[in-house]
Ligand binder design. Structure first.
Ligand code: A2P
Length: 270
């Protein structure tokens, strides 16, 4: 394998707008999903929920894809949660990284799944499918989330039960975290469901919103633009379908320069 390259070999080829960072941890969940962490350059700043271009040198050329940063803005390292696509131009290589390997990261983060793009509200819904949970892994570890909202609900829907593990581990760890454990404890709730295997909660999030099952399970009123705010991250189709339901309930799509009731971002694939 000629990727990823190690330290010195990479140094010459790195342009000024790119960091070359070391992998510090890799965890595989299924044959489709894995998580990894890299060192954080001291000058790298981002807002929880943003994404950045990351890449590898492949046959002597850098190849990048957009990845949501899954760690919060205060963390000492940077975490990513990735799909593995057998023929994916980047992920077929990225899934083989090991501790000590080098990953390239462009210096400029961006994105709309940020607190700045939402009006103040009472309840924050984060709707995710598959690796779409990544930006929310950042947001639910950010104290600002709990300063701004009384009720923080993360929904995660996957095809298979094993794919829920990342979200479950994350929420369990947060509850034990010395920094945010206490403030998150009474506010953060994980609602997950599965679509292609048996599980106590079954079905697409869109169906669970439409049928009212989600709200019944949480013991809350249906979506209301006065109090509810939303963030959506998944496939293009999932985003569009969820967005339609939020709009039907009277929520409007916002942006960094025009905060409103919900925001969307497409999860990385490929
Ligand atoms: P399903 O199994 O019914 O396709 P994927 O891995 O394809 O991105 O899917 C992740 C999860 O998102 C799956 O549980 C899948 O359900 C669900 N999903 C796919 N398309 C939509 C959609 N348009 N709206 C809501 N959920 C969706």
């Amino acid at each position: 394998m000629n990727v990823p390259m190690k330290g010195e070999e990479v140094a010459d080829a790195i342009p000024a707008n790119v960091f070359a960072e070391k992998v510090t941890e890799v965890q595989h969940y299924t044959d489709r999903l894995f998580r990894f962490r890299i060192t954080r350059p001291s000058s790298f700043r981002f807002r929880s929920g943003e994404f950045v271009m990351i890449g590898l040198m492949i046959n002597g050329k850098p190849l990048y894809r957009a990845y949501s940063i899954a760690s919060p803005s205060w963390d000492e390292e940077i975490e990513f949660f990735s799909i593995k696509v057998p023929d994916g131009p980047l992920t077929q290589h990225l899934q083989k990284i090991e501790v000590g390997d080098t990953v390239l990261m462009k210096k400029k983060p961006t994105g709309t799944l940020v607190h700045d793009a939402l009006l103040p509200g009472k309840r924050l819904y984060m709707f995710s499918t598959g690796t779409g949970i990544a930006p929310f892994a950042s947001i639910i570890r950010d104290p600002e989330t709990y300063e701004k909202f009384d009720d923080v609900i993360l929904t995660h829907t996957c095809r298979e039960v094993a794919e829920l593990q990342y979200g479950e581990d994350l929420v369990a760890q947060i509850k034990d975290d010395p920094l945010i454990g206490e403030i998150a404890a009474g506010k953060l709730r994980l609602f997950n469901s599965v679509t292609r295997e048996d599980y106590p909660r079954q079905g697409r999030i869109t169906d669970l919103i439409e049928s009212g099952e989600l709200f019944k399970h949480l013991g809350v009123e249906p979506l209301n633009p006065e109090v509810d705010r939303g963030m959506i991250c998944g496939s293009m189709q999932m985003i569009n379908d969820t967005k339609d339901l939020l709009e039907k309930a009277g929520l409007r799509e916002g942006a960094n320069n025009k905060p409103l009731e919900f925001v969307v971002e497409r999860a990385f694939v490929g």
